[in-house]
Each structure stands twice: as structure tokens, then as C-alpha cells.
Design a protein around this ligand. Sequence first.
Ligand SMILES: [Fe+2]
Length: 205
Amino acid sequence: MESRDVIEHNYKQGRNYVENIINELAVLVENACKSKNNIFGYGIWSHHIKPMIPIGQKLAEEYGADKEIVTIAILLHDLASIQDEKNYKEHHIIGSQNAEKILKGYNYPQEKIEKIKLCILNHRSSVNNDKSSVEELCVADADAIIHLTEISSLFYAAYKEMGKSIEEGQKWIKEKIKKDYKKISERSKTKYKDEYETIIKLLEE
Ligand SMILES: [Fe+2]
């Protein structure tokens, strides 16, 4: 699914103003992913951000969260490190600040901007921030679940991006999956238990 499919998907919901923003953000993020500056490769769009959207929207339905907030936060959550690898360590903080600038450019309501900023700020399983809303929970859960459903992207990160040895890569992926799973909500743990156990079993030496 390219960014125009995200556009079509959102048009079906019949909310022009928000749809236009979501569509434009999808194009913005997909283009950033295509850029040479993006050290993660185009896969961060095709195998991370884009497939996170339906997962996050499903979670939003289950948790009674605001789908619009979840969708926009997912689109923007990793943008800071995609645009500049130097931002990686603090991409949750910089990304949250940049999201405000981008969304203000659309005259997007400030109260919703604040919610999106919190989703981006608290999305990382490696950064132990408390989540104060169901929207934050949906984005963080989707960011972890996507590693279970798009496991190949972690192999790509370990072996291609980080140049790890077979053993190091195996250990890194296993630790990452364990850390992600530990941080997701109890409901998501139950739902993805089989995938989690299968992956861990495969990665055991
Ligand atoms: Fe992410």
C-alpha cells in the first residue's frame, strides 16, 4: 500500500478536513522514507509505519481511543530519526516537537496536537514513560506489535543496518522482541501470545 492507498482508505471515512491532513502527512512521511538521508531505507515506511496504521486503528476501536489521533501519531512517530539519524536517541522528544510545528501549519486544533505529542513522546518501549491516555497506549502497542508481525524488518535492521554477526543479531532480535512484549498491554499480550512464543522459540540457541 502506497501513501495514496492510505489516502483512499481515509476518504472512505468521509471526513474531508482530517482526511486531507492525513493524506498529506502520509505523502510527507513516505517521501522522507524515500530520501537518501533516511538511514533505515524505504522499509521503515512499507514494513513499519504503513502496516502500523491498521493495527493502531484496530486497537483504537478496541480501547475506545480516538482513531484520528492514533493515525496521525503513528504517521509522525519516527519521522525525526528518518529525517536525520542524529535525532535517533531523542527522536521521541524531537519528533513530538516537530509534530506540533507540522500540525500547526494545518491549523489543526491545539488540544488534539497536545494528545498527538504525548503519543509520540511516549511511544518507545525502550524509554519507560508512563502513558496517560488510551491513544498513547495504542501507538506504543502498535509500535511493538509490528515487530512481531513484520519480524523480517528486525533481521534487516540487525544484519543489514547494524552489520551484526549471526549470533549477535539473533541475540539482539530476541532481546528486542522480549522487551517489546513486556511493555505492551495485557490485552495485546494475550492476542499476540502465539506469535511471540513462536518467534522466541525460533530464536533460542
Ligand atoms: Fe516505530
